[in-house]
Design a binder for this molecule. Structure first.
Ligand code: GDP
Length: 443
């Protein structure tokens, strides 16, 4: 889970406040000392931590808390708001030019994820109806051009390249011309990186900048490198001037130091976050949602957006009806699995649910997506009649299903048991809903 270490510590510390009816200055000071340690351990810039803690204390010890009915929760609310502020408060979008093409130049150190991100960003913009062109200006790293071409092919996005013999400035300039001819409205330029910042690299980037005047210079940094990433951001910003940051590898970042410091240190917003190696694993960066995730409040909005984009509403309604009427069968179960699969890997979905990050039991369970595939195979090996009436499953039928799905009879039995439990649970829920509605009508 992203920022798992930090999230756990903050949630534990703040959880202690939750139960208290009254808070005095000492309670707040003690809690803030722990918050400070947690943030420092997460590799957040120390100046940022200091300011953050001061701000929360100032607000929490002031009148706000005195008047609040649940002071503990009020402090959590303040921490949430201040974390959000740290990361820039609102989501920062790409500034599209009123006279296309909009030119986006991606810069960053080698290995930060630039080439991958160029593709991801292209794919993201294509989904929004844009017509991007990727331009391969990294002529130094062997295979960088090839990599961009492969990525472009996978996404169905054209890639402009002139091999590695022309200068990056020329390639960028010709790419810009090409986009005008072909009617591409966004140009994404993948530039060269180095292992460390050096003046030669910066000079080259400045030359490209002056030659094609990009609308956005976005710095790609690896969030797992913590404060190093923030230092890189400062250097690029002072030498080149950047418009924003794309933070990659957030999926592997348990600490969160870069995400929480980069805006406060450089004054430049994080515009996108990379959350996996796959080409669709790039998300706009929403400070409020990230703050909520860190504090275990979940990211319900994100989950809803995912669901809206992927789930067939009509089918969901039908399913709801069937559950209400208690007609839930293996056919429905299969359908439901298909829908859930569209939302992405299970552990990522769970991360977005409030309180889930804190549930220790869940951490030990391996939410293996292969399990879903197995369950699907078992159901698919059943006949229609069996799916609708699992009671007819005798030993020989079970054996046949196990063989057909490449599983064992034990696994088939386990699924049948789980299915029965799910049905029972649904019955209970339906019952609860009824009595709740009745209760409301009586009022
Ligand atoms: P470049 O040298 O900056 O162009 O970096 P690449 O685009 O080649 O990426 C370096 C490595 O980071 C590759 O193995 C990518 O798959 C990986 N990578 C990039 N973005 C992400 C991300 O958001 N999450 C994860 N887990 N890996 C990423």
């Amino acid at each position: 889970m992203i920022f798992e270490g930090l999230a756990e510590k903050l949630q534990n510390t703040l959880g202690k406040l939750k139960g208290k009816g009254k808070l005095n200055e000492k309670d707040v000071n003690d809690a803030m000392r722990e918050v400070k340690l947690a943030l420092l351990e997460a590799d957040v810039n120390f100046k940022v931590v200091k300011q953050f803690v001061e701000k929360v204390k100032e607000r929490a010890i002031g009148q706000e808390v005195m008047e609040s009915l649940t002071p503990g929760q009020h402090v959590i609310k303040i921490v949430n708001e201040e974390l959000t502020n740290l990361m820039g408060n609102v989501q920062s979008k790409i500034n599209f030019s009123s006279r296309p093409p909009t030119v986006i130049m991606l810069v960053g150190l080698q290995g930060a994820g630039k080439t991958t991100t160029a593709g991801k960003l292209g794919g993201y913009l294509k989904k929004q109806g844009k017509k991007p062109l990727l331009v391969a200006c990294d002529i130094y790293r062997p295979a960088a051009i090839k990599q961009l071409k492969v990525v472009g092919e996978q996404l169905g996005i054209p890639v402009f390249e002139l091999g590695d013999q022309k200068s990056p400035v020329d390639i960028a300039r010709e790419g810009l011309e090409k986009s005008k001819i072909d009617g591409n409205d966004v140009l994404i330029i993948d530039t060269a990186g180095r292992l460390h910042i050096d003046t030669e690299l910066m000079d080259e980037l400045v030359n490209i900048k002056q030659s094609i005047r990009p609308h956005e210079i976005l710095l790609v940094i690896d969030s797992m490198t913590g404060q190093d990433a923030v230092n890189v951001a400062e250097s690029f910003n002072s030498a080149l001037g950047i418009d924003g940051v794309i933070l990659t590898k957030l999926d592997g970042d348990t600490r969160g130091g870069a995400a929480l410091s980069v805006k406060a240190v450089t004054q430049k917003p994080i515009k996108f976050a990379g959350i996996g190696e796959k080409l669709d694993e790039l998300e706009p960066f929403y400070p409020d949602r990230i703050a909520s995730r860190i504090l275990g409040m979940g990211d319900i909005l994100g989950l809803i957006e995912k669901a809206q984009a992927n789930i067939d509403e009509k089918k969901a309604k039908e399913l709801e009806q069937r559950i209400r009427k208690q007609q839930f069968t293996f056919e429905d179960f299969l359908e439901q699995l298909e829908q859930v699969k569209k939302l992405g890997p299970l552990n990522k979905i769970l991360e977005m649910m409030p309180g889930m990050g804190q549930m220790k039991q869940l951490k030990d369970i391996d939410f293996d997506d292969k399990e879903i595939v197995k369950v699907q195979a078992i159901i698919q090996s059943m006949t229609r009649q069996e799916r609708n009436d699992p009671d007819i499953l005798n030993a020989s039928r079970k054996k046949r299903i196990a063989r057909g799905s490449g599983t064992s009879v034990q696994e088939v039995n386990r699924l049948l048991k789980q299915f029965e439990q799910t049905k029972k649970m649904m019955k209970k829920f339906a019952g609860m809903e009824k009595s709740f509605k009745k209760g409301r009508q009586c009022k």
